[in-house]
Write a protein that binds this ligand. Structure first.
Ligand code: TPP
Ligand code: SF4
Length: 252
């Protein structure tokens, strides 16, 4: 019988320490599958953030570097510039990328650095117990906003794709979601597009993935996936915001 499902070589044979139902594991598996399929494992280096996202280095079977808070784009810049033949990607959560490291990501994107950025938006700080992040939705409760996010106090949730796609340099800016099998397959295609553009030496690519945090949202894994559809996607529309062709195709 043909074996259609197997562990990518780019993924260690270990059990996951992520909370049950957390989609970080799915996002990381997509990356591992692509590195295998695109024969990139030997020259890949993943730049890891702080937060639950960083645990990726425990599971990914290729070189990784752990960057200080929010500094993954700066480390990726240095690595890629000094070793242009390497394949470099960052993997960051929303606390790391959109709060602590907001300047780093904006300037790396604006310089058109030739690496790929994978951004996990789970609307909250996962690892440190569910504080409000720049992506926390209006009214969404968190440990530091127990009555729900209030615009008067905290402003509106930041939409990273919309913000970065106003810059001239990035070649690809797109948002996908990990809430359904169909959307997971679309996300894989989007990450592949970003990786391919790097291989073609085209420039900076940014892929946002709407994800979940069942533990800090206080929901079951299934409820958390529904919560993405009902609450996150309406505020964070899916689609390609910037492509090399200059076209836009939102809402797919
Ligand atoms: C009290 C405290 N403040 C700040 C930090 C630094 N820190 C480490 S992980 C993290 C949260 C990261 O959240 P996010 O980037 O959203 O990633 P996730 O955990 O959701 O993957 C922060 C702020 C810390 N460890 N402890
Ligand atoms: S705390 Fe949230 S983001 Fe972290 S592993 Fe658990 S579910 Fe995932």
């Amino acid at each position: 019988m043909e074996k259609t499902y197997q562990r990518p070589v780019s993924l260690y044979k270990s059990s996951s320490g992520y909370c049950p139902g957390c989609m970080h594991g799915v996002a990381q598996r997509l990356i591992a599958e692509l590195l295998d399929e695109m024969s990139l494992r030997e020259r890949a280096v993943g730049i890891m953030p702080v937060g639950c996202a960083t645990l990726a280095y425990t599971y990914l079977n290729f070189d990784t570097i752990h960057a200080a808070h929010g500094r993954a784009p700066a480390v990726a810049t240095g690595y890629k510039r000094s070793r242009p033949d390497s394949f470099v990607f960052t993997y960051q959560g929303d606390g790391d990328l959109a709060a602590i490291g907001l300047a780093e990501i904006i300037h790396a994107a604006n310089r058109g650095e030739k690496f790929s950025a994978v951004f996990i938006n789970n609307s909250i700080y996962g690892m440190t117990g569910g504080q409000m992040a720049p992506t926390t939705l209006v009214g969404q409760k968190s440990t530091t906003a127990q009555g729900g996010r209030q615009v008067e106090m905290s402003g509106y949730p930041i939409r990273m794709c919309e913000l970065l796609s106003t810059l001239k340099a990035p070649v690809y800016v797109a948002r996908f979601a990990l809430n359904t099998p169909a959307n997971i397959l679309k996300a894989k295609k989007g990450i592949k597009k970003a990786f391919t553009l790097q291989l073609e030496n085209k420039g900076f690519a940014f892929v946002e993935l709407l994800s979940n945090c069942p533990t800090n949202w206080g929901l079951s894994p299934e409820e958390s996936l529904n919560w993405i559809s009902e609450n996150m996607i309406p505020y964070y529309p899916l689609g390609e915001y910037k492509t090399p062709e200059g076209s836009e195709s939102r809402g797919n």
